[in-house]
Write a protein that binds this ligand. Sequence first.
Ligand code: AMP
Length: 215
Amino acid sequence: MTNLILLGPPGAGKGTQAKRLEDSLGIVQLSTGDMLRAEVAAGSDVGAKAKAVMEAGGLVSDDIIIDIISGRIEQDDCKNGFILDGFPRTTPQAEALDAMLAEKGLGMDHVIEMQVDDEAMVERITGRFTCAQCGAGYHDTFQRPKVDGVCDKCGGTEFTRRADDNAETVRSRLGAYHEQTAPIISYYEKQGVLKSVDGMAAIDAVTEQLNAIVG
Ligand code: AMP
């Protein structure tokens, strides 16, 4: 079993790399952002509570998030391990995660910080889009499909962009990261489990750095 956390601001490449690790390690990506977007799309109570906060680039309440994730890591597909992407994002979430894992006799194997420059994140985020059919990620400048308008992976021809991937909301999301999430880096440093990679490197080079850690 391998349990990982990918830490870093929005746009650092957590989702992209988590999907690659999911394939290479045979473990599952748990993205609280994806879970919340699914709740919003389904029109659930949780979705209704989260929608406005997400559109403003703020953080959804710890209670909601902890509830979602604690149910999720109990599911069968997590038994070989999981990659946490976008969680924990506050100190109370990190503490709740530790308590949850301790209760199940589990722990984190690696907490990996993806180090990036904020300024580059705005361009990365505002240019990204996703295949509506299979979820493969692309970018207007850095990772276009081989054939324009056709997904490399599944041949799908419809793509979506996230509602919160506009320049204004990105600034708020970066602010929330520095105020509320960055403090958990020292939380994990103190636990002696923190490693870091250069998230400004090319996508394949970042994957190599990650593989060297999780190897
Ligand atoms: P992400 O897909 O990780 O960029 O998350 C998109 C949005 O969902 C964030 O800007 C937050 O509003 C919300 N969100 C996702 N994960 C969390 C979390 N762990 N705690 C609080 N809010 C979250």
